[in-house]
Write a protein that binds this ligand. Sequence first.
Ligand code: NAD
Length: 488
Amino acid sequence: MAADATYGLVIGGVESEAAETEALLDPSTNRPIARVAVGTPEDARQAMESAQAAFESSDWAGGDGTKRSRALLRLAHLLEEQQEEFARSETQNMGKTLRESRIDVGFVVRTLEYVAGLADKIQGETIPVPGSRFNYTVREPLGVTVHIAPWNYPLLLAMRSVAPALAAGNTVVLKPASLTPVTAVRLARLARAAGIPDGVLNVVPGPGGRLGAALLRDPRCRSVSFTGSGEVGRTVAALAAERLLPAMLELGGKSPVVVLPDADLDRAARGVAQGIFGNAGQMCWAGSRLIVHESVRTPLLDKLRGIAEAMRLGPGAEEGSEMGPLVSRGQERRVLEYVEVARADGGQIVTGGTKASRAELAEGNFVAPTVVADLPEGSRAAREEIFGPVLATFAFREVEDAVRLANQGPYGLFAAVWTRDLATAHTLARRLDAGMVVVNEPPLTFPQTPFGGFKESGLGSEQGSHVVEGYTRVKNVLVNVGLPKRKG
Ligand code: NAD
């Protein structure tokens, strides 16, 4: 990406420069890499208008879905052909390692293929009713759907909701996170090449505080899909409530990982590390609270320290980097502040707790993988989402204590269990208050499996076979067919 590259507003199939632009920084150096449009409420209005016009005038919404299915498949194929370029853009803009970006782009390709397979299978039902009447349902697209995405998986989380909304025949306005708009704009360019009609996918980069209300209060907006923090999620929910818009909310977490005494400790250690140091810990479903049986606490912490200290931190684009920088200086500050809170509350830093030590990384936002022990349960660092590579660890004696610890707090996004015992695995899967539970795995998901949180981690779920229908509305039709009554 050249420093003079510009990413504009994509409205009605045309990419235009905005009156205002701002610099995007490479998180591994904090040097500028490109400029991006800063959208205004007027840009938001135009994007909504363009999406509404495309909804009404193109044949995207109508028909049997075959056309949408084929267009989404073409988009998937084009994206797959450009997987490496997209991965490099994502890495340079967001900081994650190239390996991680390649996986993310691959996930988007699979998501597009998956929803393309559902686009021509949206159907209603016929319902027997009394008398000479015919009753049936029709599933219709909602209209213009708004999608607001965070910066931690920029393309993946944007397309996780945009792709099914498109498959269902909606037209879309996407607002990527201000820090990471590059791949969303690139994807909108690709959508044209895939034959998706102009105005079906619009992208308006810019600050959420300025654009959110303009998008959601627009009378053409028919639903909102938001992925981000609980704080902004509440603002979005309040805006949605003003117009009774359906709102899909994918919010934060402080997810527990329960390690039982019979677990395979080597695998568990690798899985725990991946679940908190992957994407430099900037994952909504990071396994950020380790709840380990007291009998295996010391060996597990030793293994985790070994893994953390052997991890190679470096610019995401450098082959061999195992952990990239945090997305911004602000995020780095926030994470290091939480480490100070942990220290002040009596937590012991088992490893990390500082900026990365290698001098050549000083300009970037690199924080060493960090493990904290002996943190009081009530500490803010034990309860709040840190969104960085910081693992808080707790010991338990009885399984009941593990369940209590795991389920405490406002979140319920994800939980992991490490055990060799099948009965324990299934019992805990049932008792853990989380929208997703994995057993003997790091956090892992697929386009075909639902992704969503309980409690304050969200409302509704993305992915899975129900997802395309989630972007439709049901109409019931009753027809009196006027048949004469049968005699006798
Ligand atoms: P954020 O809430 O700060 O921002 C998310 C998006 O909302 C951005 O596009 C931002 O510009 C926009 N926004 C900000 N203010 C707004 C407003 N007033 N109205 C409308 N939109 C507004 O979140 P973030 O810092 O980008 O991402 C990190 C958070 O996202 C973490 O809490 C993480 O757990 C969560 N997250 C959740 C999931 C999930 O699937 N549950 C996935 C990834 C991230």
